[in-house]
Design a protein around this ligand. Structure first.
Ligand code: NAD
Ligand code: DAU
Length: 365
């Protein structure tokens, strides 16, 4: 019989980023008794604007700070009597880990260590059933799969290939080491590519929508036949709630959307949606904007998670199918004028586009 933990005071790290802000919104709506402390450093990827439409803002307290700041983390855990940590904060973009890996080691490895060690100290002597450290990780830790390889189940060997994936793998190992060595009650989720509202437009789906609307090239790395699984962010949030409430301490759960399009297929679907939504656009057909550019170094060919465990143990499965989810996401970005313009027109984002795309050939911004 699975014991259900009652969540009360939750520390969310990275709650001003894409998945974290969706999680804050989801948890406030789903659990009316929960209060949230949201620790976020507001890097280029985080914004208070991502938290503008919270359902019950009085139960959410934002703290601007860094997860590597041990004194701050100690204070938050004690002052708010935190019983659950849901750890999203990270440097998350693979291309940025190639141009600047240092920040990935600092936040993803040192930051995760800082949180783990603070939780161990704060929860010493507590009933392990009453507290939980949940670490949000990625399918990229397993490395690149061959086209015909079977889906990867929990417990498979790690083979990370980018600095981002290596830093997430290191953090997963630290989380498991704290469970084994100190008995810290942890869970880990490794999930596939998320999509949905508030995703920073450096990532494939929002970048293609933004460039498509403006009639700019849609830069597809290499042959575009790489395969990803796409998970709607709200399905991901529901999976995390299920894991922190009912998951076994020490367990790892895979979370995926159950689809395997190539990047070219996915971009083609986005172009068809833009054609349908923008019948008067001079850029139709948007597929004419697709431009093959120099590939990402070490580009993983395919990821595919076996998600049977979370379905069997916790009854979770994705509710959004890719066609409906993509259509809603395109509509969200088409309506996100001021939010999007603030990022798109910033010097910081323009610098990133130049740094990442200028030397890739035909797809320069
Ligand atoms: P994101 O880049 O959109 O947001 C990251 C957030 O963390 C930002 O708000 C940023 O300000 C904050 N942050 C960064 N460094 C920090 C620090 N040192 N201290 C405090 N806050 C800091 O990322 P995301 O896409 O929402 O990803 C969230 C988590 O999910 C990450 O751990 C990522 O590895 C994991 N993940 C993401 C995906 C995906 O498809 N986006 C898939 C699998 C796993
Ligand atoms: O798989 C989970 C991971 O998904 C997460 O752990 C990462 O945090 C998240 O960023 C994401 O990583 P990807 O590298 O898969 O996502 P991205 O959106 O950057 O790229 C998706 C695919 O599209 C990938 O094969 C690279 C390709 N791509 C990406 C960009 C930005 C292009 O072809 N052109 C582009 O301009």
């Amino acid at each position: 019989m699975v014991k259900i933990r009652v969540l009360q005071r939750v520390l969310v790290t990275g709650g001003a980023g894409f998945i974290g802000s969706n999680f804050v919104r989801h948890l406030l709506a789903a659990r009316p008794a929960v209060t949230i402390v949201d620790l976020d450093a507001l890097t280029y990827a985080g914004s208070r604007e991502n938290l503008r439409d919270l359902p019950d803002p009085d139960r959410h307290q934002f703290v601007h700070g860094d997860i590597t700041d041990r004194a701050l983390v100690d204070r938050l855990l004690a002052e708010h009597a935190i019983d659950t940590i849901v750890h999203f904060a990270a440097e998350s973009h693979v291309d940025r880990s190639i141009t600047g890996p240092g920040a990935f080691v600092q936040t993803n490895v040192v930051g995760t260590f800082t949180l783990l060690d603070a939780a161990r100290a704060a929860w010493r002597g507590r009933d392990p059933g009453g507290v939980r450290f949940h670490h949000v990780s990625t399918d990229e830790v397993y490395g690149s799969l061959a086209p015909d390889a079977a889906p990867v189940a929990e417990g498979a060997a790690y083979a990370p290939r980018s600095p981002y994936a290596a830093s997430k793998a290191a953090s997963d190992h630290l989380v498991r080491a704290y469970a084994t060595t100190y008995g810290l009650p942890v869970t880990i989720s490794n999930c596939s590519n998320n999509y949905g509202p508030y995703q920073f437009p450096e990532k494939l789906i929002p970048l293609m929508i933004v460039n498509g609307v403006l009639g700019k090239p849609l830069p597809v790395y290499g042959d575009g036949l790489q395969v990803r699984d796409w998970l709607h962010v709200d399905d991901h949030c529901a999976a995390i709630v299920a894991i922190v409430e009912r998951g076994r301490p020490g367990a790892t759960y895979h979370v995926g959307g159950g689809n395997q399009p190539t990047n070219l297929e996915l971009v083609g679907r986005l172009c068809a949606l833009l054609d349908a939504r923008l019948p008067a656009s001079p850029h139709r057909p948007h597929a004419g904007l697709i431009t093959h550019v120099v590939d990402r170094p070490g580009h993983d060919r395919r990821y595919d998670l076996d998600c049977g465990l979370i379905e069997r143990e916790l009854g979770w499965r994705p509710r959004h199918d890719l066609a409906t989810g993509l259509a809603a996401t395109v509509d969200w970005y088409l309506a996100a004028g001021a939010w999007l313009a603030a990022i798109r027109d910033s010097d910081d984002f323009r610098r990133w586009l130049t740094l990442n795309y200028a030397d890739r050939g035909a797809g320069a911004p």
